[in-house]
Write a protein of this length. Structure first.
Length: 77
């Protein structure tokens, strides 16, 4: 898969995942919120490390300008 996330997008996702992790380790999250936000943090972290957001692929969009400028389709030249 091609990278479809800008550096700013990746950094923001890592910051949000880190904030959720801090809340988790400080014991501020309990029950269902802990599970849901924990899964969200893992997803945000993994997508930022890989540089690919599956939802961006589904909706044929992205935040990386180089990916938007690339021609799409079988007639790439």
């Amino acid at each position: 898969m091609k990278c479809n996330m800008s550096n700013a997008d990746r950094i923001l996702r890592i910051i949000v995942a880190a904030a959720i992790a801090v809340f988790f380790f400080l014991g501020m999250l309990k029950g269902v919120a802990m599970i849901v936000l924990g899964v969200l943090a893992v997803i945000l972290f993994m997508t930022s490390v890989m540089g690919v957001c599956p939802l961006y692929v589904v909706f044929s969009t992205g935040t990386k300008k180089a990916c938007e400028a690339e021609p799409k389709g079988p007639d790439k030249a």
